[in-house]
Design a binder for this molecule. Structure first.
Ligand SMILES: [Zn+2]
Length: 163
C-alpha cells in the first residue's frame, strides 16, 4: 500500500532548520493517522504515495509549515500582569517561554523579547514561523486505519492512544 488518507504511518524523521537538528524520532518512529491534519500540511503532502521502507528527504516551506512570521503576533503587554506581590515574576526574563491566557480564555504560548519600563514585549509566533523545515527519514510501518481509529481521528495501539 501507499501513504494516503486514513493510512496509519510510522515514520522515522529528522528535522533540521537552518542547518541545525531540532528534532528527531530517535529509536521509536512517530505514528500518526494520515489525512487528518495531525502533521503540518507540507509534511503530509510530501509523504503521500510513499510505501513502507521508502526513504525521503524534502523541504517544507514556512507557508506549508508553521506559517509565515506575523508582525502582529508581537504584543506589548502591561508589566503589571507579570508582577507577583509587586515584583517581577522570576519566570519572566528575555527569552523565557510563557503560557498566558487570552481574552477568550485560550492558552497562548509566547516568548519574552524585551522587558521595558512599563511593558513586556512578547512574541506569540510559533518558534518555527517563517522558517523552512528540512525533513528526512524513512517509512517504518504502514497499515490501513480501523473504522474506530478513523472515527476517533487518531491511532490506537503502539505509538497511539490506549483507551
Ligand atoms: Zn480513540
Amino acid at each position: 500500500m501507499k501513504i494516503g488518507k486514513n493510512a496509519v504511518v510510522g515514520v522515522n524523521y529528522v528535522l533540521d532548520v537552518e542547518g541545525q537538528q531540532l528534532d528527531a524520532s530517535g529509536d521509536s518512529p512517530l505514528t500518526y493517522l494520515h489525512g487528518h491534519g495531525m502533521m503540518i500540511p507540507g509534511f503530509e503532502r510530501q509523504l503521500e504515495g510513499l510505501s513502507e521502507g521508502d526513504k525521503y528527504d524534502f523541504m517544507v516551506s514556512a507557508k506549508e509549515g508553521y506559517g509565515e512570521f506575523n508582525e502582529s503576533a508581537i504584543a506589548e503587554l502591561d508589566k503589571q500582569i507579570f508582577l507577583i506581590d509587586g515584583s517581577m515574576s522570576t519566570e519572566v526574563f528575555e527569552g523565557a517561554q510563557l503560557q498566558l491566557t487570552n481574552q477568550e480564555g485560550n492558552p497562548m504560548v509566547g516568548v519574552v523579547q524585551a522587558i521595558g519600563e512599563t511593558n513586556v514585549t512578547m512574541d506569540f509566533n510559533h518558534q518555527l514561523a517563517g522558517k523552512e523545515l528540512h525533513f528526512s527519514g524513512s517509512i517504518a510501518s504502514l497499515r490501513e486505519a480501523t473504522e474506530e481509529e478513523i472515527s476517533h481521528g487518531h491511532v490506537h495501539g503502539p505509538g497511539g492512544h490506549n483507551h
